[in-house]
Unconditional design. Structure first.
Length: 373
């Protein structure tokens, strides 16, 4: 079978990522009824405890697929219209100057609203974000236990200079969009977004190790999360204990590799949202990512393709110190979820651009092997 799981090759690939400089990583790959789970390296550099494939992990913006699915469920219930202006639902949070009537729910979901990222305004040392050479990591420590008010974060993003006109492509990836969607969910459901997403997405998918946290700790077995901030934090510092109210239900989810594969498999099978909603989620536009790359982006989903291998759908996510990528082939037959416990490992060259690092090539090889065999 062309894409059958090669357990030995996958094991070598995760070990290669560790030997390239990643403290620890773990993964699950599925092909039909076949399942491979593997891990390499350390969950805690101080104690030497190993990572294991079943560990819980902060999965960052993978949360956006869960939030988008919750919004699409409300579209199916006719409480939300995808192409209705956000000002219709949230007049008190809508941008001024007529943009509240120009920005639609769809534009929030696919990052074409033109709304700026609030993060540099909430974290003063990140003023130049996402250009890391123009930032510093001091705010990460200052806000480790800060309990942010999501309304204040929304206001910072809405009132910041726009990064584009509503509906213009390429769009620009912005967490402000998804904080507004969280507020929209609360407005139309009469529930907190955390409670609604838990009941109607997480529990609907039968995910037993997935939750939106209410405090700064990760419950259950998990890894430390080491942040290097492109060499500005040396040695990398552990940020596994962190109040995630700075992103809330746009990027705070805790999950496992197994739960993520289960979720994306069910989503692409039309078991979380309807097939017609899934079609909308897979309708893509060009969007500039936080890394400055232009990618195709749908409604909380983005594709990855390789010639002759079909299209995979999923999402990536980062938090301070942690990263995750989960992708599932469109027909649901092949799945991958990979979690790593170091972020921003690349140093910066004299012009401020990330320098190549052996981890990059090793991770890319693992992703190719996991998805395409």
């Amino acid at each position: 079978m062309k894409n059958a799981l090669d357990h030995a090759a996958l094991e070598r690939a995760v070990q290669d990522v560790h030997h390239a400089g990643m403290p620890g990583l773990f993964a699950e790959v599925r092909d039909g009824d076949q399942v491979w789970r593997g891990a390499a390296g350390f969950a805690d550099l101080a104690t030497g405890s190993p990572v294991t494939p079943d560990m819980r992990h902060r999965v960052g913006s993978i949360t956006k697929t869960f939030t988008a699915a919750a919004v699409l469920q409300q579209v199916e219930s006719r409480r939300i219209a995808l192409d209705a202006p956000i000002g219709r639902y949230l007049p008190e949070h809508a941008p001024a100057g007529g943009r509240g009537e120009a920005i639609t729910v769809r534009m929030l979901l696919n990052h074409t609203s033109g709304l700026a990222e609030y993060l540099p305004y909430a974290y003063p040392s990140l003023k130049g974000y996402p250009v890391l050479s123009e930032t510093g990591p001091s705010s990460l420590d200052e806000h480790r236990f800060t309990r942010f008010d999501p309304i204040e974060l929304i206001e910072k993003g809405v009132n910041a200079p726009a990064v584009g006109a509503p509906g213009t492509t390429p769009g620009v990836y912005s967490n402000t969009n998804y904080l507004l969607l969280v507020r929209l969910l609360e407005e139309v459901t009469g529930s907190t977004a955390e409670r609604y997403i838990t009941r109607c997405v997480i529990e609907r998918a039968g995910l037993r190790e997935t939750e939106l946290p209410s405090g700064p700790y990760v419950n259950g077995p998990h890894s430390r999360l080491y942040e290097a901030w492109s060499g500005m934090i040396d040695p990398p510092r552990d940020y596994s204990v962190y109040d995630m109210s700075w992103v809330g239900p746009s990027a705070s989810l805790i999950s496992t590799a197994s739960d993520l594969n289960r979720f994306y498999g069910m989503l692409l099978a039309g078991q979380i949202v309807s097939p017609s909603s899934l079609v909308e989620m897979q309708r893509t536009v060009p969007v500039v990512s936080q890394e400055g790359k232009t990618i195709d982006y749908g409604l909380g989903l983005h594709p990855m393709t390789a010639p002759g291998q079909g299209t995979f759908w999923g999402h990536g996510g980062t938090v301070w110190g942690g990263g995750t990528l989960a992708m599932t082939r469109a027909d649901g037959t092949r799945q991958m979820a990979v979690a790593v416990n170091l972020q921003r490992w690349n140093g910066l060259d004299s012009s401020g651009r990330p320098e190549p690092h052996p981890i990059d090539e090793a991770l890319a090889h693992l992703y190719r092997l996991a998805m395409y065999g």
